[in-house]
Write a protein that binds this ligand. Sequence first.
Ligand code: SF4
Ligand code: SF4
Length: 311
Amino acid sequence: MAKPPIICVSGGKGGTGKTLIAVNLATMFKNEGKKVLLIDGDVENPNTNLLLGLELENKTPVMFFKPVILKEKCSKCGLCAQNCATNALLWVKDSYPIPFLNLCSGCKLCYKICPEDAIEEDTKVLGWIYESQKDNIDLLVGELKPSEARSASVVEALLDKLNTTLENEPEKYDIVILDTAPGAHCDVELLIDQADKIIPVTEPTKFGKLDLERIIELIKLLKKDYKTIVNRSSLLGFKDEFLQELAEQKIEVLGDIPLDDEIVQSYCQGIPLMDNSGKFDINGAGYQAFLKIFDALKIWLKNSHMQGVKE
Ligand code: SF4
Ligand code: SF4
């Protein structure tokens, strides 16, 4: 059975409008009667629900394995520490190992190989997953607990949920859209690796270009197909020069979105610009730019024989 196309909206730089674009793409597919799954993988700063005007609901914790050394059983052999890949167990001869939980990956190897059963399994809450729904859009949001560092584990929990759904109900969704954190770190890599098409979002500045090149490097390493969106393209009048530079570097552009007050208003009101709310001008520059991008995206999917988006 055909699984839906997975589109990942990403970008090397924070604040370029990734979430705005992910939410409006999801909304445009929804407008066409498609069943959409939108996943917010920016787990340190999730705000997709705000742009959709949705409450976060159905909170479930993401648990993480935590080793506890039972001194009454431990023979101080050091086997656990010697095999811990992340050096999360400090051991010196004739003493009990000391866990450094910030370094622990939760792999459970120490627990499995201890010859004395002297490591007890404990868990801690790393973050949460929320599931909300609006019209034909299902929203899955990951949130890392403040002061925790293992954001990739929350992203992995989101992807586990996605893969379980795709295995059990491959036709439940027509399209899946992933929204990543900024940057090119492991959370972003996990999400890009899961997707069929990548849309790195940038803006026409030197910083935007540098960060775009960084994320494209990662996308190429993962051998993924991509086209970029230039957001705030009318900023400071650099659009033509910027698009020319991208063309010279053979970076394909899916479209560009100019500065537009209505985009800002939709952002502030928590109503997607492309929703049929009647609040925004359908002839406005932002609205028309999104429509053009959506058409280009559908052609891109069609030319790639991605039949998951049912006609
Ligand atoms: S492997 Fe088990 S017995 Fe050996 S040091 Fe670690 S906890 Fe103690
Ligand atoms: S769970 Fe894995 S990473 Fe953590 S202490 Fe045990 S062996 Fe090391």
